[in-house]
Design a protein around this ligand. Structure first.
Ligand SMILES: Cc1cc2nc3c(=O)[nH]c(=O)nc-3n(C[C@H](O)[C@H](O)[C@H](O)COP(=O)(O)OP(=O)(O)OC[C@H]3O[C@@H](n4cnc5c(N)ncnc54)[C@H](O)[C@@H]3O)c2cc1C
Ligand code: SF4
Length: 546
């Protein structure tokens, strides 16, 4: 581990192969090709391939794609299912009521897609333009020059055992140096978290808030297929003081993407987002879609909900933040792909324009100016009060959203604020217990069989990537006060409280190999004691069409 790392030099390094990182890389190369300037761009992705760690709904608003590749259709972009019908429902335990579709949920002109496959396609476009893509390599460390500017990243070492010692397959990581580094890690980027601290990027901003989204992909009975239907619900099974809802998107090929999103500001530590999702699928208005079908994939991922008031400072010496790692998701639309792409494109334009004048390690400040003058900024500003309006529950939230949308048109002279999600849990003895039904094995399932469908795999002999700042806190604080909520909010069953044969001496067992990289534990742990770091490259889920 004292071996020097090999160094590769690029003009720009992009960390993360999601829609934001790929759009940034593509735009840089497009601009280079248009002006005859050769600009070297490298993109690294921790998943085994581009798309392997991508999980989304997804309904794509094609606005940014139209700007990036106006000829996307002839390039074969996988946008096969235009949305034909929107339904917005309110559910009680036994009934369903169709509500008027809010304007933000009108998907006319949008497409139901697999975001993973869309990223695979973007990756192929990027490579054709000359972007060097290295999948299976996590950026594990940020490199700084002597002045404190970011000068690139280092990929993680491979072949280190649980004991921290090199194994036979040990391979030192690489250093990728760049004049500019673009961080596109997606929601709750783990290197981005360190940049927030190093450059005080969150100073004066609201805390970021989050939700967890859990999703399954189903092959359904062809008789029940309604390609183009985008169906959303609020209400049951969540209580009205918890923010969340479902989506059900019918794709071509008799497939349905079904998912459940729960705001991570929930207060009841007994709540399990996974079990709420399983229960939801048994609602009388939902269950029949899946009877006779086959579940083909499962996964989970956190998403940002802070919106406009939670956007951090975006630039620092040597680089910038794009996409969901900064937090550009439009919550009322439940869409962050078009905004992620746009931010990546604007970052690329800012970096490209000033590239020749700027020495390595400069701060690309014109990116923030470009953003503030773009449709993205206006779009997020208009809806900034909708999500915090739900802090007092579903009914007040819906009423406030209607007033803000139809009467004030998003121009209210005030801005509502957010609380950090990890501060929101009540002590377990002050919150009602929740009894969840057993899975029926037909429509609802347990966690283990679910994780199996995510294709998750991690080398077992490696240091823990779910690190605890204090190893006693899970028992002395989390178990004692909150009844160990990590057992329930983790959608992959990674955290278990185990006891000795007499039922005493509780311990936290971390089944790290099951981790689907959703980042929920890093966000929701009440004392912020869990720090998610990148495991060995290529580990994690292998989502096929999510
Ligand atoms: C359940 C759910 C439903 C959603 N539905 C929709 C929808 O219908 N429509 C919509 O527009 N948006 C939707 N979104 C949001 C949308 O998916 C995101 O806004 C979008 O994916 C953000 O793109 P990104 O490039 O910023 O990040 P991501 O898509 O998260 O991509 C980040 C990439 O970076 C990689 N990475 C992270 N850290 C590192 C590292 N250190 N080193 C190397 N690689 C790294 C990750 O593996 C990943 O591939 C949904 C999200 C969820 C979770
Ligand atoms: S361990 Fe954390 S990041 Fe991994 S699946 Fe569980 S909650 Fe998500």
């Amino acid at each position: 581990m004292t071996v020097e790392r090999d160094v590769m030099e690029f003009d720009v390094v992009v960390v993360g192969g999601g829609p934001s990182g790929l759009s940034a890389a593509i735009r840089l190369k497009q601009l280079g090709n248009e002006t005859g300037k050769d600009i070297s761009v490298c993109l690294i992705e921790k998943g085994s391939e581009v798309g392997a760690h991508i999980l989304s709904g997804a309904v794509l608003e094609p606005r940014s794609l139209n700007e990036l590749f106006p000829d996307w259709e002839s390039r074969g972009a996988p946008l096969d299912t235009p949305v034909t019908t929107d339904k917005f429902m309110f559910l009680t335990e036994t009934a369903s009521l169709r509500l008027p579709t809010p304007p933000s949920m009108n998907n006319h002109g949008n497409y139901i897609i697999s975001l993973g496959n869309f990223c695979r396609w973007l990756g192929a476009q990027a490579e054709a333009l000359g972007v060097e893509i290295y999948p299976g390599f996590p950026a594990a460390e940020i490199l700084y020059d002597q002045s404190g500017a970011v000068k690139g990243i280092a990929t993680g070492d491979m072949g280190i055992g649980k004991d921290g010692q090199p194994t036979e397959s040990y391979m030192r990581g690489m250093e990728l140096h760049a004049k500019q580094t673009i961080f596109a890690e997606g929601c709750r980027g783990h290197l981005t978290k360190t940049l927030f601290d190093k450059f005080s990027l969150r100073e004066g901003k609201d805390p970021q808030t989050f939700a967890i989204g859990i999703k399954e992909l189903w092959d359904i009975d062809p008789e029940k297929a309604k390609p183009g239907l985008a169906w959303h619900s609020v209400g049951w099974p969540l209580s009205t003081d918890t923010y969340g809802g479902s989506f059900l998107y019918h794709l071509n090929g008799n497939q349905v993407a079904v998912g459940y999103v729960v705001g991570l500001d929930y207060s009841n530590p007994h709540l399990s987002p996974f079990e709420e999702f399983q229960r939801f699928k048994n609602h009388p208005a939902v269950r029949d879609t899946f009877v006779g079908g086959r579940r083909v994939s499962y996964g989970a991922r956190a998403l940002n909900e802070g919106g406009f008031q939670s956007i951090p400072k975006l630039t620092f010496p040597g680089g910038c933040l794009v996409g969901c790692t900064a937090g550009f998701l439009n919550v009322p639309k439940i869409k962050g792909t078009h905004t992620a792409m746009k931010s990546g494109m604007l970052a690329a334009e800012a970096i490209f324009e000033s590239f020749e004048q700027m020495p390595a390690g400069s701060e690309p400040t014109s990116y923030s100016d470009k953003l503030q003058n773009s449709w993205l900024w206006t779009e997020l500003y208009k809806v900034r009060n909708i999500r915090p309006g739900f802090a007092k529950g579903l009914w007040l939230g819906l009423a406030h959203a209607a007033i803000d949308t139809y009467l004030l048109f998003g121009r209210a002279p005030w801005t509502l604020h957010h609380h950090a999600d990890h501060t929101c849990l009540k002590p377990a003895d002050q919150a009602p217990k929740i009894t969840y039904p057993k899975p029926d094995g037909e429509v609802s399932f347990d966690r283990n069989s679910s994780v199996y469908l995510s294709g998750t795999n991690h080398e077992e002999n490696q240091p823990a990537h779910l690190t605890l700042k204090d190893k006693d806190v899970p028992i002395t604080h989390n178990l004692a006060v909150f009844d160990a909520p990590e057992q329930r909010y983790c959608p992959a069953g990674v955290y278990e409280i185990i006891h000795d044969e007499n039922g005493n001496n509780p311990q936290l067992q971390i089944n790290a190999q099951n981790c689907v990289h959703c980042k929920t534990c890093d966000i929701k742990d009440p004392s912020q004691n869990i720090n998610w770091v990148t495991p060995e490259g290529g580990g994690g889920p292998n989502y096929p069409n999510m």
